[in-house]
Design a protein around this ligand. Structure first.
Ligand code: SF4
Length: 386
C-alpha cells in the first residue's frame, strides 16, 4: 500500500502519521511518499515497519520501492506505460514546483525552493497523455497555481507548434480544449485570476476555485505574511459570482494563529457569513519545526483553538447546508467514483462532498451521469439517476 503524506502543518503531519498506522494495520506492507517523506526519521520512529520512505513527487523511487518488495513478471506492454497513483478516471497535473511566498507558518519554500514553472508544452503533453489513457478529470495543482509562469516571465512556449504563453489563463484555455473536467487548486485571489472566470462561465473549465484564504483579519494575514490581503477578497468573490453564478469556492482557514484575538476571530466569522463559501476546511494552528511563526508572541491556548474551530465549523455547516439545500430538485452532472457515488463540479476528490444515488443503476466508475437531487445534508447530496 502506498501512503501519500502531507507535512504542511502539524495537524497534517499527525493525520499522515495516523494514515500510515492505519495502512500498516490493514495491509502490513507500506511505502510512504509525499511531503512528509522528507522527515524520514520521524516516520521511522513512529512506524519502524514501513518498507520505504520517499520524498515528494518521486514516482520512480515509489515504484522502485514497490517493485523491490513486490516483484512482478516482466510485461513488455505495461512496463512502458506511465505510472499513476490515483484511480484511472482522475489525475493530478502538477504545473510548477516551489513557491515564491514566505508564509510564516509554512516550511514548503525551505523544502522545495522558489517557484519553478514547468514549460507549458510539457504540461500539455502530460495532460493529453492522461486524457488519452482514459482520465476524465484533471486536477491542476502546484503551491500557487495563479503564479504559474511568473518565474519565467510568462515565456512563450509551444503547444502543438502554436506559440503559447506560460500563464494560467493560456494554460486553462488549452486544457479546456481537451474535453475533460479541469479543476483548479491553490489559486490566490490576484486580479489576473478574474481572467479565467469567463472560461468557467463558458463551461471550458469547471466552475470551481480552491483558494486558500487562511484568515480574514488583516492583522493576522500580515502576521501570516500571506500573499493576498483580505480587503479586496469579498469584492473579488462578488465579481466572480457575477460572471459565473455557479462557481463553487473552496478554501481552508487556520484558527488560533499566534496573536489571534477575539476580535480577529469575529472578523473571520463575519467574513465567512458574507463570503458564503461552498466548501471549507479549518485547522487549528500548530507550530511546524523551522517555521518563522514559531517566534511570534501571544500563543493561543489549545482550549481556545478547539473552541474557535468548533464555532467556525458550526457557522460554516449552516452555510453549507443552506447552499446544498438549494440544489434539491435540480439535475446535476456527476462523475462516478464508484457504483452509487459520484462528484459534481463543486466537489474535488478526497476533500469535498459526494453525490449519492442508487447503486442498482449499474453506472460504473469513470462515467458521467445526471442525478436528480432529492435530499441534502451539510456535506453531501442524495438523489436518483435522472
Ligand atoms: S503560498 Fe504560503 S502556504 Fe502556500 S506554499 Fe507558499 S509559503 Fe507555503
Amino acid at each position: 500500500m502506498i501512503v501519500n503524506t502531507c507535512g504542511f502543518i502539524d495537524a497534517a503531519v499527525a493525520e499522515s502519521l495516523d494514515a500510515i498506522g492505519e495502512a500498516l494495520a490493514e495491509n502490513g506492507k507500506v511505502v510512504v511518499t509525499g511531503c512528509l517523506g522528507v522527515k524520514n526519521e520521524l516516520i521511522r520512529k513512529n512506524h519502524p515497519a514501513v518498507l520505504a520512505v520517499t520524498g515528494p513527487h518521486d514516482t520512480p523511487a515509489v515504484m522502485n520501492a514497490v517493485h523491490a518488495h513486490l516483484p512482478r513478471p516482466h510485461d513488455p506492454y505495461t512496463d512502458l506505460a506511465p505510472v499513476r497513483l490515483t484511480p484511472p478516471h482522475y489525475a493530478y497535473l502538477k504545473i510548477s514546483e516551489g513557491c515564491n511566498h514566505r508564509c510564516s507558518f509554512c516550511i514548503i519554500p525551505s523544502m522545495r525552493g522558489d517557484l519553478v514553472s514547468r514549460p507549458i508544452g510539457e504540461v500539455m503533453q502530460e495532460a493529453e497523455r492522461l486524457v488519452s489513457s482514459g482520465v476524465k478529470e484533471l486536477l491542476v495543482i502546484s503551491q500557487d497555481t495563479s503564479a504559474y509562469g511568473v518565474d519565467v516571465k510568462y515565456r512563450t512556449g509551444f503547444v502543438h507548434g502554436k506559440p503559447t504563453k506560460t500563464r494560467m489563463k493560456e494554460l486553462c484555455d488549452e486544457l479546456g480544449d481537451l474535453g475533460v473536467w479541469i479543476r483548479l487548486h491553490y489559486v490566490y485571489p490576484y486580479p489576473h485570476v478574474d481572467d479565467v472566470i469567463p472560461l468557467m462561465a463558458e463551461g471550458k473549465i469547471l466552475p470551481y476555485l480552491d483558494v486558500p484564504f487562511q484568515h480574514a483579519s488583516p492583522r493576522i494575514l500580515r502576521l501570516m505574511k500571506r500573499p493576498a490581503s483580505a480587503e479586496k477578497v469579498l469584492e473579488r468573490i462578488r465579481g466572480w459570482r457575477s460572471i459565473c453564478p455557479d462557481i463553487a469556492i473552496r478554501s481552508t482557514f487556520i484558527v488560533g494563529f499566534p496573536g489571534e484575538t477575539d476580535s480577529d476571530f469575529s472578523q473571520l466569522l463575519d467574513f465567512l457569513e458574507e463570503a458564503r463559501l461552498d466548501r471549507v476546511g479549518c485547522f487549528e494552528y500548530s507550530p511546524v519545526e523551522g517555521a518563522a511563526a514559531n517566534a511570534l508572541p501571544d500563543p493561543v491556548s489549545d482550549e481556545i483553538k478547539a473552541f474557535r474551530k468548533e464555532k467556525f465549523m458550526k457557522v460554516q455547516e449552516k452555510i453549507s447546508a443552506r447552499k446544498l439545500k438549494s440544489r434539491i430538485g435540480k439535475t446535476i452532472r456527476v462523475l462516478v467514483d464508484e457504483p452509487g457515488v459520484g462528484r459534481s463540479s463543486a466537489d474535488a476528490p478526497e476533500i469535498d462532498g459526494l453525490v449519492y444515488f442508487e447503486k442498482s443503476s449499474g453506472i460504473e466508475a469513470g462515467h458521467f451521469a445526471g442525478v436528480r437531487i432529492e435530499r441534502a445534508d451539510q456535506h453531501d447530496l442524495f438523489g436518483r439517476i435522472a
